[in-house]
Design a protein around this ligand. Structure first.
Ligand SMILES: Nc1ncnc2c1ncn2[C@@H]1O[C@H](COP(=O)(O)OP(=O)(O)OP(=O)(O)O)[C@@H](O)[C@H]1O
Length: 230
C-alpha cells in the first residue's frame, strides 16, 4: 500500500469537516474522490498533502506516519498537490514558472521543461510567454507539469477540469490518462463523466464521510448509476 488514511477527523476551529475518513491507495492507482460542494474533498487532499493536521486519525505514506509533519517534509517525501485555483506566477514566463519548480526540487531547468513538454508538446512553443496569457487549460497543464518536476510518487489533483470548456476537459483527461500507471494519483472531481474515464476506484464523499466506495470498472464507467449517491 502506498498511502493509508485511517479514521481521519479534521476540523476548522470548532467545526468538524471530516468524520472518520479512511482511504487506501496502491502504487500506480488512480482514485477519484467525488462529492458535492463543501463535502470535504479539498480538506482531505490538504490533510494528506500536509497543509492541515487531523484532530485524530493517521496518514501513512510508504509505511511512515506523515500526518502533522511539516509541509516541506511531505513534499520532499514525494507528495505533490495541484491546487484547485489554477494559480500560476502570472508575471513570469512559462519557462520561469518551471525554473522555480526546478530550483525547489534540485532538478535542472531542462528536466523541468521536458516534463511539461512530454505531457503537452505545445507547451514547448509557449516557454517564453507570460503565464498570464495562457488559457485556463494551458494553465492547468502548466500546473500539472510543474507538479511532475522532482518526480513525485503521489499526485493530489484538486478539480482539474473545473471551469474549463468541454474540449479542453478532454485534453486534460488525456494527459491524466497518459500519466496513469506511471504516477499514483488522487483526483478530486465533480464531473462524473471525467471520473468515468479516469478512475480505477471511486470514493463518494458526503458531508465529510465516505458514503460509498466503487471499485467495479463497469459501474465506474456508468456514472448515472452512482450520481444519486452524491
Ligand atoms: N478555511 C476554512 N475555514 C472554515 N471552514 C472551511 C474552510 N475551508 C473549508 N471550510 C468548510 O469545510 C467544508 C468542506 O470544505 P471543502 O473545501 O473541503 O469541500 P469540497 O468538497 O472540496 O468542496 P468544493 O468543491 O467547494 O471545494 C465546507 O463546509 C467549507 O465551508
Amino acid at each position: 500500500m502506498l498511502l493509508t488514511v485511517e479514521n481521519l477527523d479534521v476540523c476548522y476551529g470548532h467545526a468538524q469537516v471530516l468524520h472518520g475518513v479512511s482511504l487506501r491507495l496502491n502504487e500506480g492507482e488512480l482514485v477519484c474522490v467525488v462529492g458535492r460542494n463543501g463535502a470535504g474533498k479539498t480538506t482531505l487532499l490538504k490533510t494528506i498533502g500536509g497543509f492541515m493536521s487531523p484532530t485524530s486519525g493517521t496518514v501513512d505514506f510508504r509505511g511512515e506516519r506523515i500526518d502533522g509533519i511539516p509541509l516541506e517534509q511531505v513534499a520532499r517525501m514525494g507528495i505533490k498537490y495541484v491546487y484547485q485555483d489554477k494559480r500560476v506566477f502570472s508575471e513570469l514566463t512559462v519557462r520561469e514558472n518551471l525554473e522555480l519548480a526546478a530550483y525547489a526540487t534540485g532538478q535542472s531547468l531542462d528536466e523541468a521543461v521536458a516534463k511539461v513538454v512530454a505531457i503537452h508538446p505545445k507547451m514547448g512553443t509557449l516557454l517564453n510567454s507570460k503565464a498570464k496569457g495562457l488559457s485556463g487549460g494551458e494553465r492547468q497543464i502548466l500546473l500539472i507539469g510543474r507538479a511532475l518536476v522532482g518526480d513525485p510518487q503521489l499526485l493530489l489533483v484538486d478539480e482539474p477540469t473545473e471551469g474549463l470548456a468541454a474540449i479542453i476537459i478532454g485534453e486534460i483527461i488525456d494527459i491524466l490518462l497518459k500519466m496513469k500507471n506511471r504516477i499514483t494519483m488522487v483526483v478530486v472531481e465533480q464531473n462524473l463523466s471525467t471520473v468515468a474515464r479516469l478512475a480505477d476506484r471511486v470514493y463518494v464523499m458526503k458531508e465529510g464521510v465516505f458514503s460509498h466506495e466503487i471499485d467495479d470498472k463497469k459501474t465506474i464507467a456508468n456514472p448515472s448509476s452512482y450520481e444519486d449517491q452524491l
